[in-house]
Design a protein around this ligand. Structure first.
Ligand SMILES: [Zn+2]
Length: 531
């Protein structure tokens, strides 16, 4: 029997942007959309054009995504015509493949919050869906407060959904906006809805206020819904949205769903899931949740003991799925063997061939453990790990020595009598016995140091010409007087390749210097610069 299709709709960039403390830049949005597209998500909702400058800019240009790029916005305002509503006009002008409208479906909200009649709200849904269809877009309708509305006035909630479906909306999405609905209620209500609207046109948008957004999403699918909306790592307002990072592997790996449904996520893409989850947290400068299902660092970690010895005999004894299927790793804590296999797998991935019994592997493992204890994060800093590995295995030339550097920050009045802060750095580098001294100003001490360091590297200058820093992130690791600073630097070169390096020190300049040096040396190794 042919499998049915369940569609995945990601709203990390729209609903996820409501997360307390999250503020996406345009670059963040583009990078995250790219990750989602690589993963193979069906729909990527980019934001709310017209609502803020970032989203307006995002929807101002074309994006070459395989996913259906979706703009979000409101249906026409009550009392206005569809052709005379600036909000709707902005939405129709957005460069997007699909438009997802949000409309009220709870009669109480229509009267109290929208201050209009129940009929006018339905007319607004009809007109807006019609206008978006006429513009050639695929149309979705998010029915806000659908479940709460359904409980008090099922006829009206359903009439809102039906109006959109009748006008040709591809999807009618039932939203548990306040997040308080329980799985059995979701299953019952969705079961009723699909008697009127075919399930392959019904979506679920669950919030996590009782920590059951994932369970509610599956309850809806059981009852017949065929689109799940959610966010990466469950980002979202209050307690978050349904977490796609948990939903995707459950759909793909658990027989109840895997036997019945196809998704757009390939097995190969599933293996990138842990990385995508981690990369999102790094981009947001949030500490990843070690205990996140499937993808957390501890999701397949077992302390040495009876569990560990059973896992060594057969992993299935204490694991519900194989960690590799989601790109995670089995970790048996305090076990030399497990750590060694992690390192060997990593070396193979970056193309370093080494015998598995080579004693230098143990030295590298010790070094990684020792350095991670003091704050280095090699999982995030792929280039620093590669350099550490190559150095331990004796394969990195000593291109140059930084003999000395000096960074100076000065606050003073400029000619316009404004207080300005100016940073200047001087770097003394020795290459082939020759000393080169460079000085540079920057908008801050790290910027000045970076400029000076890369100003004159003699015969290596050509190799680093195309190198640029694309991101700089700082985290203070442990509070109090013991605090150390971890700096992660993301770099890019002319080939479009990017890599991340790490530095750790009680001194932020020193930590930055380490990460900058690693980035330059990694680029020289990558380019095959001669020693
Ligand atoms: Zn929402």
């Amino acid at each position: 029997m042919a499998k049915e299709r369940v569609y995945l709709f990601d709203t990390t960039l729209r609903d996820g942007a409501q997360t307390n403390g999250v503020d996406f830049t345009l670059a963040d949005k583009l990078a995250i959309a790219g990750m989602l597209d690589e993963l193979g998500i069906d729909y990527v909702e980019g934001g709310y054009p017209g609502a803020n400058p970032t989203d307006t800019e995002l929807f101002g240009s074309d994006h070459k995504l395989k996913a259906t790029f979706t703009a979000f916005g409101m249906t026409r305002r009550p009392g206005r015509s569809a052709s005379n509503d600036p909000g709707l006009a902005a939405l129709l002008a957005a460069k997007a493949d699909a438009i997802c409208f949000v409309a009220k479906s709870w009669d109480y909200h229509v009267r109290v919050a929208l201050e209009t009649t129940l009929e006018e709200n339905i007319a607004s849904i009809r007109d807006s869906v019609r206008a978006a269809k006429a513009s050639g877009r695929e149309v979705l309708l998010d029915c806000e407060h659908f479940f709460d509305g359904y409980k008090t006035n099922p006829q009206y909630a359903l009439a809102c959904a039906k109006a959109a479906y009748d006008e040709g909306a591809r999807w009618v999405v039932l939203c548990d906006t306040n997040g308080g609905t329980l799985p059995n209620e979701v299953e019952t209500i969705v079961g009723e809805v699909v008697k009127t609207i075919p399930g392959d046109h019904v979506g679920i948008h669950a919030h996590n206020d009782t920590e059951q957004a994932v369970a509610n999403s599956f309850a809806a699918v059981r009852a017949g819904a065929r689109q799940i909306q959610g966010t990466l790592n469950g980002l979202g307002e209050r307690c978050g949205n349904a977490n796609l990072v948990s939903i995707i592997p459950t759909l793909k790996l658990k027989a109840e769903f895997a036997d019945r449904f196809d998704t757009s996520i390939s097995d190969a893409a599933l293996q990138k899931l842990a990385h995508v989850s981690y990369a999102l947290d790094e981009r947001l400068n949030r500490a990843p949740n070690r205990h996140a299902p499937y993808v957390g660092a501890s999701a397949f970690a077992t302390k040495a003991g009876i569990h560990a010895s059973a896992i060594a005999k057969d992993p299935a004894t204490y694991e519900h799925v194989l960690p590799e299927t989601v790109g995670n790793r089995r970790k048996v804590l305090v076990s030399e063997q497990a750590g060694k296999s992690n390192v060997l797998a990593e070396l193979e991935r970056i193309g370093i061939k080494v015998d598995k019994d080579d004693p230098r592997i143990s030295s590298l493992l010790d070094l990684v453990k020792e350095r991670e204890t003091i704050g280095y994060a090699y999982e995030a800093a792929n280039a620093s790990f590669e350099l550490l590995a190559r150095r331990t295995l004796g394969k990195v030339p000593n291109y140059f020595d930084v003999e000395q550097f000096d960074v100076n920050v000065e606050q003073r009045y400029n000619a316009l009598a404004q207080r300005v802060t100016v940073a200047m750095a001087v770097v003394k580098v020795k290459i082939d016995g020759e000393t080169l001294i460079s000085a540079a100003e920057g908008n801050g001490p790290v910027n000045a140091l970076d400029q000076a360091l890369r100003k004159d590297l003699g015969k290596y200058q050509d190799y680093i010409k195309g190198l640029k820093l694309t991101d700089y992130r700082v985290r203070i690791l442990n509070a109090g007087t013991e605090a150390v600073t971890r700096v992660l630097i993301e770099s890019e070169d002319e080939a479009g390749d990017s890599w991340t390096t790490v530095g750790v020190s009680p001194n932020i300049i020193d930590a930055s210097f380490q990460a900058l040096m690693d980035s330059i040396i990694f680029k020289l190794v990558k380019s095959g610069a001669p020693a």
